[in-house]
Design a protein around this ligand. Structure first.
Ligand SMILES: C[C@](O)(CO)[C@H](O)COP(=O)(O)OP(=O)(O)OC[C@H]1O[C@@H](n2ccc(N)nc2=O)[C@H](O)[C@@H]1O
Ligand SMILES: Nc1ncnc2c1ncn2[C@@H]1O[C@H](COP(=O)(O)OP(=O)(O)OP(=O)(O)O)[C@@H](O)[C@H]1O
Length: 292
């Protein structure tokens, strides 16, 4: 890290379950989702400067612009517009883009949330949490959840959040076939927009087996539409679910990333190792989930 820089991890978001329960008048879809975060992240560093700037490096830097449309810069501008007296006049941001882009794991949202956390941390007085969450919702549906980066249930279009007080210790394997998926296109292809809400979670939720039973009653309602666009998603789900110890294989968000959920870190690493061997051109990550 450069001298004087503050840093924040921007962890990958995973929708373990996602039900589409309705559609609002503005066309956005009402969702209910169990959202968790993995210990796999973009890294963001910031140093106060005269003006805002962004330098992007890392494995997925080439897929992203560093101009004002980048969500990290949009988040910085939105924070300054809301709290001009609490923000530095500029920020020199350095983003290490480790997460695939337009992949259903909310990388851009995580970067925006990490920028907001950095700026709130730099402010001379505390920034009201509810107002920061409102600002986050204006930047993207997943940004409020990414601000928290802990297990939660998200409702509405992602702005109504219920953090979970406890969650089993689990490991995740993420596999992306390196085909970007446009979120709006997946929502457009939905055949049903009035699915059942999520079942009630067991309380307390501490054992992997309890979560496994609950997940078996849930779905990702975006999966069939995404599989129509990228049939390889369906194949990957089949491959992942065949590995020893895989509790569940499913798509995250609007895809194309597929996850495998494991109780054991060793079994997750074995599965990731085998997928890298089978598909050297895919992006594969394995990590523990972040706890409450
Ligand atoms: C599917 C999820 O990943 C679940 O976590 C998110 O809800 C999507 O979050 P995101 O990628 O940040 O998406 P946004 O940038 O907010 O929306 C992209 C586009 O997807 C569609 N969209 C998104 C979210 C939503 N609840 N209903 C929608 O219909 C809209 O056409 C929107 O213009
Ligand atoms: N810092 C950023 N990182 C990733 N994408 C960004 C960033 N800034 C802007 N974008 C744009 O945002 C779009 C969505 O990127 P992102 O990686 O967040 O999607 P996603 O993983 O599909 O998210 P979700 O799970 O919320 O659907 C991309 O088309 C990308 O060009």
């Amino acid at each position: 890290m450069s001298a004087g820089a503050l840093s924040q991890a921007a962890p990958a978001k995973i929708n373990l379950a996602l039900h589409v329960t309705g559609r609002r008048a503005d066309g956005y879809h009402e969702l209910e989702s169990l959202v968790v975060f993995a210990d796999l992240a973009d890294e963001l560093e910031a140093v106060p400067a005269d003006t805002d700037s962004l330098a992007v490096s890392g494995p997925f830097a080439a897929m992203l612009g560093s101009g004002s449309s980048n969500l990290a810069l949009r988040a910085a501008a939105a924070f300054r517009a809301r709290w001009p007296e609490l923000a530095p006049s500029g920020l020199a941001l350095r983003l290490t883009k480790n997460l695939p882009v337009a992949a259903g794991i909310g990388g851009g949202s995580a970067d925006a949330a990490a920028t907001l956390r950095l700026m709130a941390g730099m402010a001379a007085e505390p920034v009201p949490v509810a107002e920061l969450a409102d600002l986050a919702a204006g930047l993207g549906s997943d940004v409020p959840a990414c601000l928290l980066s802990r297990p939660l249930i998200a409702r509405g279009v992602g702005e109504i959040l219920s953090p979970l007080p406890e969650f089993p210790q689990l490991h995740i394997v993420l596999v992306n076939p390196q085909i970007p998926v446009v979120t709006a296109e997946v929502f457009r292809r939905l055949r049903r927009r009035d699915n059942a809400p999520l079942p009630a979670l067991p309380a307390p939720l501490t054992r992997p087996a309890q979560l496994g039973l609950w997940l078996a009653e849930t779905r990702n309602d975006l999966e069939p539409a995404a599989v129509e666009l990228v049939p390889g998603i369906g194949t990957l789900i089949g491959t992942l679910s065949g590995f020893a110890g895989c509790m569940l294989a499913r798509m995250s968000g609007s895809g194309a990333t597929v996850f495998g959920l494991f109780g054991s870190g060793a079994q997750a690493h074995d599965a990731a190792h085998e997928i890298r061997r089978l598909h050297p051109d895919y992006w594969v990550g394995a990590a523990p989930l972040l706890g409450p």
